[in-house]
Ligand binder design. Sequence first.
Ligand SMILES: [Zn+2]
Length: 136
Amino acid sequence: MDIKITNMVKFYTLLLLAERDKHGYEIIKEISSRTGKTVSPGQIYPFLKLLEKRGYIKSGEPTKRDKTQYRLTKDGKAFVQTMLARFGDLVRLAVEPSIEECAHCGCKVYSGGYKKKIKNRQLSFCCQYCAKSFKI
Ligand SMILES: [Zn+2]
């Protein structure tokens, strides 16, 4: 049985567990806040169960107040490494919006910006004034 990473929720679940041990609800909260999308327990818990069955994660014994916390096993860590190697570039593109920096002042250009070709290099600036004052 192989585990297929078919959506971002699954990907993030593994990524978050690779950062540190987490509760299911922490995973839900963090994916929601990172992707800006609502994540339901139904998207997380069956996947956690599957990971556990496969031996990729272990759930700790719930203590009195604490809920179950999940931890990547050695196999799980290896699986995440493989996943990152396979999807790393793709994911970086999908997750991080392509934020450019102004070549002159270094500020982040979130939208629009000003492009200018200088000495055969296409450069990005935050505004035309930065483009004007830029010298190679
Ligand atoms: Zn600038």
